[in-house]
Design a protein around this ligand. Sequence first.
Ligand code: NAP
Length: 304
Amino acid sequence: MEHNSSDRANIAFLGLGVMGGPMAAHLARAGHRVTAYNRTGEKAAGWRSALAAEGVEARTAATPIDAARDADIVISCVGNDEDLEQVLLGEHGALGAMKPGTLLVDHTTVSANMARKVEQQARAKGVDALDAPVSGGQAGAENGKLAIMCGGSLAAFERAEPVMRAYGARIVHVGAAGAGQTAKMANQMCIAGVLGGLSEAIRLVQASGIDGDKVLEAISGGAAQSWQMENRWQTMMSDEFDFGFAIDWMRKDLGYALDEARRLGLSSPVSELVDSFYAEVQAIGGARQDTSALIRRLPKGIVK
Ligand code: NAP
């Protein structure tokens, strides 16, 4: 892709995990000057040499604050609330080096409270912050086709959007600080409910002895259609659960969603129930299996 020098930003990227690694690589390939930090240094070195092998330059730094020193934009993608607090607000946290007028974009799935806390502390330093959790999994990060749901000022969104285009296909400004995380919570609640229904439907079909492919053909064009049905029906039928987004991560996300719902005085019994089912799947060794392994807690019944 051709880029003018005016398109180029100094970007600090914090967290080169399954999601962050490919996202940061897209930014470097798009011509930005990327300085990456990863807690485990070898991963950062491997990331940089893989890019060098493609002829793409990038730098690494030993701490978040070092990565952020000359950055116009700091982007983070770590695990949870505690991790984000460390890399942004902690002793060696990036915010410590950020200058007024710079931009902070966080892609971690965290609580809405944490997103608001980050935004407040950033604003106190004259830094614009955006909570921007993603959906689309490892494949979406690698193909540059993530959905990104954003919370923060419109000004922050408008500055970040062209940069996020390097790895985002659908990028939406949802509302004020925390709104991106709340949208991600809604996303996870929808997935939990859909997978609960699919699991029971698949067991019914299996126990009845009817042809699962025919059922899929018959019902996937109608009101029951979903991404999960399109992409996971057949794999759930054949007990394959190696498709990325792990149950450990899902429980973290549902925990944030349930906390936020309680904060708003709501009850969310289906999400609570599915979360407790996921705890059972974790207990039978499914913690790192993908979210469709929800079906494992349902016995197969007597096949007719
Ligand atoms: P991951 O592969 O486990 O990577 C996590 C990254 O955060 C690693 O770079 C890790 O460093 C770093 N990290 C964790 N705790 C840290 C700390 N205390 N200080 C500094 N660095 C720390 O996770 P991921 O799959 O990329 O997920 C990242 C975020 O995206 C999560 O919030 C997840 O819920 C969300 N997400 C994931 C997916 C998915 O399909 N995987 C989809 C949508 C959203 P080390 O290398 O040193 O461990």
